[in-house]
Design a protein around this ligand. Structure first.
Ligand SMILES: [Zn+2]
Length: 329
């Protein structure tokens, strides 16, 4: 197809529009983003992209950390929930949960077989659709070529009509071409992505830039969405903020499966919960000195504060005459 022949006869604004559509086909994520899950994490509350930031989100004395953060102010559009609580999750924690989930769900033997079958099925379906689209594309291009020739011979009245037709054809042409390309991009790399995930352990250990890009690519091929939110929760009489989320894989991989992301994986550290777990691991009542040792502090009042919270959460109860605390239930 001779591009310049069309440029000359299509109105400039239409030409620009088509170029914009064509350019859209190649819109890709920046492969070298520092954040592994860039453009994949959305806010559960307002649906916006959670962007990677490096800052301290707690008190001013907090250490700076890397977070995925729903920062409403950083975005110009105001769709979604205006009362978004702006969840923030530590990047390392979310990434490690996601990588573990990917390995666990995509690499066990049953899933592996299912994935291969899904790829084969999707491939043959795609191949059929692509053949149909390619025929349509050829037909459209023939029409455009003929229309362009006719345009040169047309009088004023016909010129407008043919020109409109050409515009419509060119738009459809771009659409069909985009569809073909999208299908190709969606399917071809899947086996390759799975191969990268198979080597995940090794890649993770020595995450060079090249590996980072590869891994990012594999995650984008396998993960459909990651949503993260924060909400008020209660346990016993203790009220606290917990993070929650859900992870979905590409439909060809695990259709309809939603993997919940628990607070334990991505929330802020809850020492009362850890104390609750610890007390189950020892065969005598817990003492404040145990907690001090666990926290690496000599501050008994701090240890006592966390123990009180564990008691309020209903995880511990005091044993009267011996002293100390034991697990409830
Ligand atoms: Zn939000």
């Amino acid at each position: 197809m001779v591009e310049s022949a069309h440029e000359a006869i299509v109105a400039p604004e239409i030409f620009d529009e088509v170029q914009r559509i064509l350019a859209g086909r190649h819109r890709t994520y920046s492969p070298n983003s520092r954040y592994l899950l860039s453009c994949m994490v959305t806010c559960y509350h307002c649906g916006r992209n959670m962007t990677g930031v490096y800052r301290s989100l707690g008190g001013s004395c907090d250490r700076k950390e890397r977070y995925y953060f729903c920062d409403r102010k950083s975005l110009s559009n105001h769709r979604g929930d205006p009362n978004c609580p702006h969840p923030a999750v530590r990047i390392e924690r979310l990434e490690s949960f996601v990588l573990k989930a990917v390995r666990q769900h995509l690499l066990d033997k049953g899933a592996d077989k299912g994935i291969r079958q899904a790829i084969v099925r999707a491939r043959s379906k795609n191949a059929l659709q692509t053949t149909q689209d390619e025929k349509r594309l050829q037909e459209l291009r023939r029409k455009i070529d003929r229309g362009t020739e006719n345009l040169a011979l047309a009088d004023k009245r016909d010129f407008a009509a043919i020109s409109n037709l050409l515009t419509a054809w060119r738009e459809e042409e771009a659409e069909v071409a985009e569809r073909i390309e999208r299908r190709r991009a969606a399917l071809e790399p899947l086996p390759e992505a799975l191969e990268i995930i198979r080597q995940l352990g090794a890649i993770q250990k020595r995450l060079t830039d090249a590996h980072h890009a590869k891994l990012q690519y594999a995650l984008r091929q396998t993960i459909a969405s990651i949503r993260v939110g924060v909400r008020k929760a209660t346990m016993g009489s203790l009220t606290y903020r917990e993070h929650f989320g859900e992870l979905r894989f590409h439909n060809a991989l695990l259709p309809g499966k939603v993997i919940p992301i628990p607070d334990e994986a991505i929330g802020v550290r809850k020492i009362w919960r850890e104390i609750g777990a610890m007390v189950r691991g020892i065969d005598r009542p817990l003492r404040l000195t145990d907690v001090c040792l666990y926290l690496g502090t000599k501050d008994h009042s701090l240890a006592s504060y966390h123990v009180r919270r564990a008691v309020r959460a209903g995880l511990l109860r005091k044993v009267g005459w011996v002293g100390g605390w034991v697990a409830t239930g």
